[in-house]
Design a protein around this ligand. Structure first.
Ligand SMILES: Nc1ncnc2c1ncn2[C@@H]1O[C@H](COP(=O)(O)OP(=O)(O)OP(=O)(O)O)[C@@H](O)[C@H]1O
Ligand SMILES: [Mg+2]
Length: 478
């Protein structure tokens, strides 16, 4: 079993330009405006940053941030939030440019998973595994956990005309505005696959480890919601890591193979009692709460036997328990400063009790979206945080630092190389594993160990670069 694991999160953001008097701007155009400073400074819309992360704009209009590879959950949380801060800087620059060009509207970036046209975009979690663990067994056993964990870690979503139909069957009372645990559950089609977009599975099994392929694999989980709350991200990744550890260790877990993943995902998301039943492959039926209670009890026993493998394990187990209790009792007051869906639902329900007509009220719809606005002053999650209504795990200064400094993994080698090459004005090319100066193509360095924090070849390249440094002016990073 892996004593330490590498984690990374990729987040696609939703972009919108809302005009005042003058005309609209399509999302593609808004995204181009957003990336203008990046293109000006780096001549590309696909860059690796000095903090080791990756910022890019693929085809389409969803700006994406991939955190550097991190070896602790706290580093992961800091780097995930740093992505929001970096993009917010770009939004502010784009806003100034737009005003200078005579546009009168505003650009919004949302860390959510569904746009107003109903298209879904993702948040992908990456977990490094040892190659020697049998991958197909692990994937098979992990999928039931991934299908049911949304009741704790979903970001919450309103449905103004009630739950959608699925396979000709209503998922709840029709035309009755409703709230679901997850944003993403309605958009996942199957268990595992090598394609991320067409069939949209829970796990992408494409074999691209970004590491020594004889030793490692990278598990690519794509069914999670993007989370605003650090505590929710901590539970999402921390509980998944615990289940992976049990599976890697052959710790006995019930065989919960689910007959129809896409249906179960939807049934679970739209049932706030957590008690709706769905079929397993063996013909029996279970509810999401029953299954998560099993995983939680097993994790508690496992940790009791082996000891916690990091400082936040007790908090993760406790929050996991409180989230399940909240669903069992219908009282989410024990988690409504930590779990995204509960934080959001509390806010919306308060507006409804003060006169909003229900989950279909335009004001409620607007708040649901604004919860995910990354703007520190305007975004509703950020406003609640400022008012002391959110429990955070890491500090603002840790996030500020993560926007600039790589975590203590291979990202540190990449980040220092990028900083040195930029300062020296030397063109370079990097990816997760490789790095080189374009002027020395024969000297491409390969870092196959994601845990390595230094590399002698890179150190000597950096030393050379530093001798050049003083003569060249380096533009800002973004
Ligand atoms: N060895 C590793 N094990 C697990 N995760 C890793 C490893 N190396 C890098 N990562 C993480 O994997 C993610 C890769 O992000 P990236 O957006 O480049 O994804 P991809 O799946 O390779 O490609 P794409 O999104 O273009 O399909 C990053 O968050 C990074 O931190
Ligand atoms: Mg990606």
């Amino acid at each position: 079993m892996m004593e330490r694991r590498i984690f990374g999160v990729e987040t696609e953001f939703g972009i919108r330009y809302i005009p005042r008097g003058l005309g609209p701007l399509a999302p593609e155009e808004a995204a181009r405006k957003l990336f203008k400073p990046v293109v000006d400074s780096w001549r590309s819309t696909n860059i690796f940053l000095p903090n080791g992360g990756r910022l890019y704009l693929d085809v389409g209009s969803h700006p994406e941030y991939a955190t550097a590879e991190t070896a602790t959950l706290r580093d992961l949380l800091a780097h995930d939030k740093a992505g929001e801060y970096l993009f917010n800087d770009l939004v502010n620059q784009a806003q100034d440019n737009l005003e200078a060009e005579g546009f009168d509207g505003r650009i919004f970036l949302f860390k959510n998973n569904v746009d107003s046209a109903g298209n879904s975009f993702g948040s992908h979690e990456n977990y490094m595994l040892e190659r020697k663990v049998e991958f197909s067994r692990l994937v098979r056993s992990l999928i039931p956990f991934l299908i049911t964990r949304q009741i704790m870690v979903g970001a919450g979503k309103t449905h103004p005309s009630g739950p959608p139909e699925w396979s000709g069957r209503p998922l709840g009372p029709q035309n009755e505005p409703s709230f679901s645990f997850s944003q993403r559950a309605d958009h996942i089609w199957e268990g595992s696959s090598t394609a991320t977009t067409r069939a949209r599975p829970l796990i992408n099994t494409r074999d691209e480890p970004h590491a020594d392929a004889s030793l490692y694999r990278r598990l690519h989980v794509i069914n999670g919601d993007s989370n605003m709350s650090q505590a929710t991200t901590m539970l999402k990744v921390g509980a998944t890591d615990l289940v992976l550890r049990m599976l890697e260790d052959y710790y006995p877990l019930a065989d919960f193979e689910i007959r129809d993943a896409a249906t179960a995902l939807r049934v679970i998301s739209h049932d706030l009692t957590g008690s709706a039943r769905f079929s397993l492959a063996d013909g029996s039926e279970r509810s999401a709460v029953e299954m998560q209670r099993h995983y939680h009890a097993a994790a508690c026993q496992y940790v009791e036997a082996k000891g916690p493998h990091h400082e936040d394990v007790p908090y993760i187990l406790d929050l996991w328990d409180r989230a399940l209790t909240a669903i069992e009792t219908g009282d989410s007051s024990g988690i409504d400063t930590e779990i995204d869906w509960a934080i959001k639902k509390k806010l919306l329900d308060a507006y409804i009790s003060r006169g909003a007509s229900g989950y279909d009220d335009p004001k409620i719809q607007q708040l649901d979206l604004a919860y995910h606005d990354i703007d520190p002053d305007r975004g509703i999650y950020n406003v609640l945080n400022r008012k002391g209504l959110i429990k955070t795990v890491i500090s603002e200064s840790e996030i500020d630092r993560a926007a600039i400094e790589p975590p203590a993994t291979r990202a540190r080698i990449r980040g220092s190389f990028i900083s040195a090459a930029r300062a020296a004005g030397e063109p370079f090319t990097v990816d997760w594993v490789h790095l080189k100066l374009n002027s020395r193509p024969q000297l491409s360095v390969m870092c196959k160990d994601p845990f390595a924090v230094e590399n002698a070849e890179v150190a000597s390249l950096i030393e050379e670069l530093q001798q050049k440094k003083s003569t060249v002016w380096a533009p800002p990073f973004i």
